[in-house]
Structures are given as C-alpha cells and as structure tokens.
Design a protein around this ligand. Structure first.
Ligand code: OSB
Ligand code: MG
Length: 391
C-alpha cells in the first residue's frame, strides 16, 4: 500500500531540472506595480488594453538580487487572476511564507506555496525572482538551467482584433515585413471567418493560427468548422477554461487542431486534457501554470507523448520575455511561440537590451540568470505602487 500522501501526489513527475541551484538567503521582496504604455491598443475577445499593468518582483538575497514578473492583467478577464488580487495575495500570504525560512532553493518555492490555492501567476512571479537570484549568484544562465537546446527561437506574433478585416490585413502585413515567422490572430463571434479569410487570401500559405480566448460554446461548432478550410496550424482555446470535455467533443468535429491555453493551469490539467483528447497542441505559459519549473514539467510530459507545444505570452516586459525565450528553447517547443520583440508592445521597456527580431528569431539570453539587466530609470518612471517586505 502507498504511504499516506507526504510529499507529492501520484501524478507528479520527478523534478525535471538536471542540476538544481544552491539555496539563497532570502532577505526580502520588493514588489512594484508598473504601468507601461502599449505601442497600440491590444484587443482580444475579452477586451482592449492600452496600458500594460504588471507587477515586477525584486528578490533581495544575501548574495544579490533577482527579478521576476507577475503577469496578471488589471481585470480578471483572461482568467480569475488580476493585479490587485495578485498584489494582495503575494504580500499577505506568499512572500511572507517564503521569507519565513533562513534559506530556500528555487526548487522549493512551489511546494512552500502549494497550501495557498490558485494564484498561480503570483506564485510564478515570486519563483522567478528567487530563481533569477540563485542563478545570478552562480553565474549560470536560465536557459542552461531549464534545458534549452537552441541559442535563438523562432518568433511568432499575436495580432489583436482590428477595426475591420482590411485593417487586420494591414497590421499582419507590417508584422510579416518585420520578419515574424508565424501569425496568430485573435477572433471572437462575429469576427472570425471573414477576418481569417481576409488574412489567408492576402498572404497565401503563411503559418497562421487563431486564438478565441474562450469566447465560444459547443453550440458554435458549425461556425468554428468553417475555419477548417483555411489550413490553420491550430485554434487556441475556443471554449471556457473548465470545458475540457466540450473541447474534446469539439476536437472531434474539427479538422483544425485544438490547442489549449487558459485550460492548462497545471501539469495535472495538461495530463487530463491529453487523456480526454481535449487538445492536440498545448500553449505553455509559465505564469498561468505557477512557474517555469511547472512549465518544464508540462513540456516534458508533452514531449514524451509526442504532443507539440509552444510558448505563449502575456505581454511581458523584458523580464518575462527573457525567461520565455529561454523556455521556448527547450526541444519540445516545436511550434513558433508568442515570443515577439519588445517593440511589438513597447516603445520603452524596463530592461537595458530589449529583445529584437533578427531574421524572424529572438535570441536566448546567455548572461547569468535572466541574462538581462534592469533599466532602473525606466523601472522607476513606470512605477505606480511599491511595497517591500523583509524578514
Ligand atoms: O491568449 O495568448 C493569449 C495576451 C494576454 C492575455 C492572453 C493572451 C495574450 C496574447 C499575447 O495573445 C501574446 C504575447 O504576449 O505576445
Ligand atoms: Mg491564448
């Protein structure tokens, strides 16, 4: 008989990281809410953003600092998490739990935060800051730590819903001119078939996919099946977050591969989705699943199962984008991710060398930790709230 549950539930995989870091002596966390203006409004089925509100985490340790990013948005429209909720839970529960110990290793963070339900984006941002601090102290790049096998990754771009299909074609044309190797367009009911047709007709056989951000129900299956004729790479999250069974039913009715984003909140959710046939592709976002270590577990699972994955994005600053590039360089990321250049969203970023597009690719940073340095002036200029907790 198995022992009563003491360490991990039965579905947990062994720690995937080949070589863990040394522990750090955590002394404090500084959290800041930043407001970064977007180069242009970003519209999805759930709303329009003109300013990226984000929480930047600075871990303070005896051996130096580390940086993380909590990728919640201002409103709980993509998922239940939102900035003020993440701010509250991080300051009230998560950071104090981590500060309770004299030393901790990045690999311990998720387990220490597990008693607190949900709030995965908040947990991911704290874990990344601790991980960055530990790796910087060892002079070791995040990509190497996670298991990256490429020094650059192909760059796809997520294009928001535009005024009309003609404006969408203009926007997509500009990104293709920039060199992006894959286009994703956002869709919603009433802005799906015609928008997709316009892009397919204008640009021929480009790698193209659509993202519904859970705007449909199974009753819309006939409309979604009309997208089959456009030879899309995939359709991303057509139904609600908790609709795994309906996604499996929809997948049987579509020729277009179904990819899940919002539904995949953990490695366990990924295992369930694959078992049910709810997804044949998975979008991995570290924030959504509670951190980069959980993201690697999902990558490993999908790779073993022969299921392609790609790296999603949450309009990250240069902090999260650097980490995403490292993650996207793992071998199972066989589809281009939403790892676009900083200039896709920002004229001014908070790192000194924001990611640029080179021949349709983004470089995986090679410096210690995230491999990017914070632009302290920009960080300061964009700050709208700050709080520091110490041991
Ligand atoms: O569904 O992938 C999504 C941005 C915010 C919230 C959800 C999503 C997105 C994107 C942007 O599509 C991807 C990016 O950061 O480049
Ligand atoms: Mg998505």
């Amino acid at each position: 008989m198995p022992e009563p549950r003491e360490t991990a539930p039965a579905y947990a995989e062994p720690m995937p990281i080949a070589r863990p870091t040394a522990s750090v002596a955590l002394e404090g966390f500084e959290l800041r809410v930043l407001h970064l203006p977007l180069v242009s409004p970003f519209t999805t089925s759930f709303g329009t953003e003109t300013v990226r509100e984000v929480i930047v985490v600075r871990a303070l340790t005896a051996d130096g600092e580390g940086w993380g990013e909590i990728v919640t948005q201002a409103d709980p429209l993509y998922s239940s998490e939102y900035t003020q909720g993440a701010w509250d839970v991080a300051l009230r529960f998560l950071a104090p739990a981590l500060l309770d110990r004299p030393r901790l290793a990045p690999e311990d963070v998720a387990g220490m935060l597990e008693p607190f339900k949900g709030h995965r984006m908040a947990k991911a941002g704290l874990e990344l800051a601790v991980l960055d601090a530990a790796l910087r102290a060892e002079g070791r790049p995040l990509g190497e730590y996670l298991g990256a096998v490429h020094d650059r990754v192909p760059s796809g771009v997520s294009v928001g819903i535009q005024r009309d299909p003609a404006a969408l074609v203009d926007a997509v044309g500009r990104y293709l001119d920039d060199g992006y190797v894959r286009i994703k367009i956002k869709i919603k009911p009433g802005r799906d078939v015609a928008d997709t047709a316009a892009v397919r007709d204008a640009f021929g056989t480009i790698p193209l996919q659509v993202d519904a951000n859970s705007a449909y129900t199974l009753a819309d299956a006939a409309t979604l099946a009309e997208l089959d004729r456009f030879d899309l790479l995939l359709i991303e999250q057509p139904l609600q977050e908790d609709d795994l069974v309906d996604h499996a039913e929809l997948a049987r009715q579509l020729r277009t591969p179904v990819c899940l984003d919002e539904s995949i909140v953990s490695d366990k959710a990924a295992a369930d989705a694959l078992a049910l046939g709810a997804a044949s592709v998975i979008n991995i976002k570290a924030g959504r699943v509670g951190g980069y270590l959980e993201a690697v577990r999902i990558h490993d699972r999908c790779r073993d199962a022969g299921v392609p994955v790609w790296c999603g994005g949450m309009l990250e600053t240069g902090i999260g984008r650097a980490a995403n590039a490292a993650l996207a360089a793992l071998p199972g990321f066989t589809l281009p991710g939403d790892v676009s250049a900083s200039s896709r969203f920002y004229t001014r970023d908070i790192v000194t060398e924001p990611a640029v597009l080179e021949d349709g690719h983004v470089r995986v940073p090679t410096g210690p930790g995230l491999g990017v340095e914070i632009d302290r002036v920009a960080w300061e200029d964009f700050t709208v709230a700050r709080e520091t907790l110490t041991r």
